[in-house]
Design a protein around this ligand. Structure first.
Ligand code: HPA
Length: 268
């Protein structure tokens, strides 16, 4: 673990207490408000040296450590995307800190476009796997053999089962599917969407894959859920824009929040 992560974890424990964190949650577009419902201590990323800027509108760049549904969590109110700074590894330090705080699980959330007509705007999808369409990797430059991370079961089978169980228990429809990572920040062309549909993608977005690779590298179990904010390019007449993403995210976000809370409650 980097010295910086140890120092930051000590700083965070100084403010929020030393009880080990169990689960880390990374909140995507339209989900930042969940951070405000944690009973704990909030620290702006700006007060955590080395944390990324995470300046995309619709994000809430602070770390909150405390209790959510009876589970000690570290909630990352925003993430850094590759398209903000050209750094696929920008979330490495926050995830190292999460590990250092004692967590064994990372759950990422994101906004995504759907490639499946049966998964319309407002639905949610639990990631079963991903396609790294960007060709980028947050572990490029990592000098140790630990960089050769197996990704066969990257999305943890037990976590996925527990999330689906929570969805059922809360009467929430949650699809299962493959997420393709596209670097952004421009959206995809219809031809690119056709291409990744052929390759087996069910949803497309600009995040999450680097965090899941980093989580597995650090030995954290990983899961992720998308809120579908639009049909992907060329699949409908619906507009595609960041403001549309922000406007639509709350529909799926309410469902996602129910599943997350149900999942956490079941951990206790
Ligand atoms: N493409 C990529 N990222 C996205 C989309 C999309 O259609 N919708 C929300 N995030």
């Amino acid at each position: 673990m980097s010295k910086n992560a140890e120092t930051l974890a000590a700083q965070i424990q100084g403010a929020a207490g030393k009880d080990p964190v169990k689960v880390g949650l990374i909140l995507g577009s339209g989900l930042g408000h969940i951070a405000d419902t944690v009973d704990g201590v909030a620290i702006p990323y700006d007060d955590l040296p080395g944390f990324p800027h995470a300046g995309v509108s619709g994000h809430n760049p602070k770390l909150v450590v405390g209790d959510l549904e009876g589970v000690r969590v570290a909630v990352f109110g925003g993430r850094s995307h590759y398209y903000e700074n050209g750094k696929a590894e920008a979330m490495r330090l926050p995830l190292e800190v999460l590990k250092e705080l004692g967590a064994d699980t990372m759950i990422a959330t994101n906004a995504a476009g759907s490639l499946r007509p049966d998964m319309p705007t407002g639905s949610i999808m639990c990631l079963s796997d991903h396609i790294n369409f960007s060709g980028l990797n947050p572990l490029i430059g990592e000098p140790t053999d630990a960089r050769f991370v197996p990704m066969t079961d990257a999305y943890d089978t037990d976590l996925r089962a527990a999330l689906h169980k929570a969805a059922k228990a809360t009467d929430t429809n949650m699809a299962d599917g493959v997420y393709a990572w596209y670097s952004g920040p421009s959206f995809e062309t219809p031809a690119e969407i056709k291409a990744i549909a052929t390759l087996g993608a069910d949803a497309v977005g600009m995040s999450t894959v680097p965090e899941v690779i980093l989580a597995r590298f650090l030995g954290l179990k990983a899961a992720a859920i998308s809120t579908i904010t639009n049909m992907a390019a060329g699949m409908s007449d619906e507009s595609i824009s960041h403001s549309h993403t922000k406007a639509m995210a709350p529909i799926g976000a309410a469902k996602l929040e129910k599943v997350l809370r149900g999942f956490l409650k079941a951990q206790t």
